[in-house]
Design a protein around this ligand. Sequence first.
Ligand SMILES: [Zn+2]
Length: 109
Amino acid sequence: MSKKIARTNRRTKATKEKKAAEKELSAKIALFSDLTTECLVCQAPFDKTNKEQVTTWSVIVRKAEDKVNLYCPECWTKALGLVQEYLAQTRTPAAEPADVEEMDNDAAV
Ligand SMILES: [Zn+2]
């Protein structure tokens, strides 16, 4: 009985979150409506009336500069890959072998 109520509540919450996300998205679209119409990196044309593009492209709002940067999914994935590569290179790998050793000891006990 109580299970059913819990499920209903969860669904209501999901709908609310979805609506909030849609609201945020339209606010972003309003921001770049006339300014940005192409990918910042590859200049691929962005169609704000295309719902698929609106949901898959990444919009970075830089309030300090009053600028909106737009990335197509392809360039966004590449950008994320570069960031991860950079982080992997700068990370110090010293702790890792010690951690593995400790895990082995625990397993033996
Ligand atoms: Zn691009």
